[in-house]
Design a protein around this ligand. Structure first.
Ligand code: SAM
Length: 344
């Protein structure tokens, strides 16, 4: 099995059956080995830097009804909010004071965040923080809309494909949501010039190892600049409330596989990973991740953006979270970088 890992390191690619063998046959010892290999590759390109993205969850209104997500439209237990422009700028001010050089504007698919609102917001952030990257994560929009947001000054876009397998996609989403459209959105974003992020949840109900191989092969096709993956975690008000969480170990294995496939990619150690494992951020970085995404929202709003239960760090302030992350990252002898951390 170690030979498979070495071949993946050299060729940055394996055949379908080999990816499957790696996923199915990975034991504790091999996980340790591949994590080390991935760490060495990340070190070659990024040294000990961990890039920081300040997350601003703009709205928890959403028109969609993804079966896994706590802010799905049909969840009437959510206290809905939408930040005013001035509140977003306040989050940016706080992020800037922490020397954070990427703001990620994320939210549900909220029709009031139309192009005019977003263009105005992006231009204001761009004007005040011209050295800071602006990342958007607002779901599926038309190509014209993406183009308009890019022109306004946004640099990057995160849109996880969630699962590349169409049948599995259909078991996680209602019939009005199309896996082909989501994939096309990713192609459009890349074509426009965004640094583009795709990715999947690990351990969603019904997911097989074959589905995960489909994800790896889809990512090979898309060649994203950023890859976000975290374990699925159930949320009590969703159709998947009683489903088990995804595996921390498989998530760490996939982070390492993806680092070997895409040496220069920006890969976060996600909040979902840190929610399931108390040392999730540290283990993610030591498996080859190189990005961390502290939340810049005031507690009042963080506690309303509950996409899954038990979400990490929602009851502490952004300053407290940043300090805690800094301590944790330094404890494994990495450091929080104050650069933009663009795709090299
Ligand atoms: N609406 C935007 C979109 O569709 O990309 C961004 C917001 S969406 C809530 C961000 C991500 O949260 C999704 O891409 C999904 O992978 C993740 N997510 C949602 N529910 C989750 C759950 N129960 N467990 C883990 N991750 C979840």
């Amino acid at each position: 099995m170690k030979q498979l890992v070495q071949r993946l390191s050299q060729n940055r690619h394996l055949e379908r059956s080999e990816y499957l063998r790696l996923l199915a046959g990975c034991d504790h010892e091999l996980l340790k080995y591949i994590n080390e290999c991935a760490r060495v590759v990340a070190m070659t390109y990024f040294g000990k830097a961990v890039y920081v993205r300040g997350l601003i969850e703009l709205t928890n209104y959403c028109r969609n009804n993804c079966y896994y997500c706590g802010i799905r439209k049909a969840n009437s237990n959510v206290a809905r909010y939408r930040l005013e422009k001035e509140q977003v700028l306040e989050c940016c001010r706080l992020g800037d004071s922490l020397r954070i050089r990427t703001f990620v504007l994320q939210g549900g698919e909220d029709s009031l965040l139309d192009d005019a609102f977003m263009q105005d917001l992006i231009k204001s952030i761009r004007r005040d923080y011209h050295h800071t990257a602006i990342t958007l994560s607002l779901g599926e929009r038309s190509k014209d809309s993406y183009q308009a947001l890019y022109k306004a000054g946004a640099n990057r876009y995160l849109l996880r494909h969630e699962t590349a397998n169409p049948q599995h996609y259909a078991s996680l989403h209602p019939a009005n949501m199309s896996p082909d459209n989501r994939k096309q959105c990713l192609r459009n974003l890349k074509q426009i010039g965004f640094q583009t992020g795709a990715g999947m949840m690990v351990g969603t109900p019904g997911q097989t190892l074959e589905h995960l191989v489909d994800d790896l092969l889809f990512l090979e096709e898309i060649k994203p600049h950023m890859i976000g993956l975290g374990p699925f975690i159930p949320q009590q008000d969703t159709p998947f409330a009683h489903e088990p969480s995804g595996s921390v170990e498989i998530t760490l294995l996939l982070i390492s596989i993806l680092r070997l496939m895409f040496p220069k990619a920006l890969i976060p150690a996600t909040t979902a990973l840190a929610t399931l494992a108390k040392d999730g951020y540290e283990r993610g970085i030591l498996a080859g991740a190189n990005v961390i995404m502290p939340n810049l929202l005031p507690i009042e709003y963080k506690t309303k953006y509950i996409i899954y239960d038990g979400k990490e760090a929602i009851h502490i302030t952004p300053q407290e979270q940043y300090k805690d992350l800094k301590r944790r990252i330094e404890s494994i002898r990495y450091y929080l970088s104050d650069s933009r951390g663009d795709y090299p």
